[in-house]
Design a protein around this ligand. Structure first.
Ligand code: DX5
Ligand code: ZN
Length: 219
């Protein structure tokens, strides 16, 4: 699956930017990735619930909300209640991640758990049994357009093994620095869903960029 990140889109016309990846066939995004940043958990500030609510009215593509915020226990369930398809919170920010996953699912969303590049997966394996998606960050969260950190692929391989042997049921997602050059190694390590911001919205034709990434991931 390919999930374009609108962090690199034109914020003055997000609706039409999403339309650009809502075409048909291989050019159609599977999910639209929405980066919510609060200026505390990460040193950058983006958009929040009101914009997500507007986007939900505008598109039928599933919204994959990546919350880079403090105290997601308090704020994340509203995104699920609003109708986001998947709501991802950070391991480094959640106070009671098991309860939070239950709340997200009860509100009708998939529950996502994200780890920053320096965060070990081993410390969170029990928690992951309560989640639907694992978002492995392949850059430090906060900004688009950073170079891919290949060392995080060990975590992808571990997660892939645990899923393939039936120990966990997770969609394995990767976020940061994914482009035509890096997507193959991520695919080989076992990623199911690739987030791409600058590689999609920095291209002249975002739909074609989605199709091209999909093609590279298959090879
Ligand atoms: C970074 C965000 C990413 C970002 C990825 O903190 O979580 O989703 O949009 O952008 P690229 O694909 O340009 O690295
Ligand atoms: Zn993201």
């Amino acid at each position: 699956m390919i999930a374009p990140s609108i962090l690199s889109a034109d914020f003055s016309c997000l609706g039409t930017e999403i339309d650009a990846v809502a075409g048909v066939g291989d050019a159609r995004a599977d999910w639209v990735h929405v980066d919510v940043m609060d200026g505390h958990f990460v040193p950058n500030l983006t958009i929040g619930l009101p914009v997500v609510e507007s986007l939900l009215r505008r598109t039928d593509l599933p919204l994959d909300c990546h919350l880079m915020i403090d105290d997601p226990d308090r704020w994340a369930p509203s995104y699920a209640e609003a109708g986001a398809y998947n709501v991802t919170v950070h391991a480094e920010a959640a106070h009671d991640p098991v309860m939070l996953a239950k709340n997200l699912r009860a509100a009708g969303a998939k529950a996502g758990f994200s780890v920053k590049p320096g965060t070990r997966l081993d410390d969170h394996l029990d928690t992951l049994r309560h989640y639907d998606t694992l978002l492995v960050m392949s850059v430090e969260p906060g900004f688009g357009g950073q170079p891919f950190l290949p060392e995080v692929l060990d975590k992808v391989r571990t997660a892939r093994r645990l899923v393939d042997t039936g120990h966990l049921r997770l969609v394995v997602e990767i976020d940061g620095g994914i482009n035509a050059d890096t997507i193959e190694q991520a695919a080989e390590a076992g990623v199911d869903c690739f987030v791409a911001g600058s590689a999609v919205y920095g291209a002249d034709d975002p739909g074609r960029a989605v199709a091209a990434l999909r093609e590279r991931a298959r090879t």
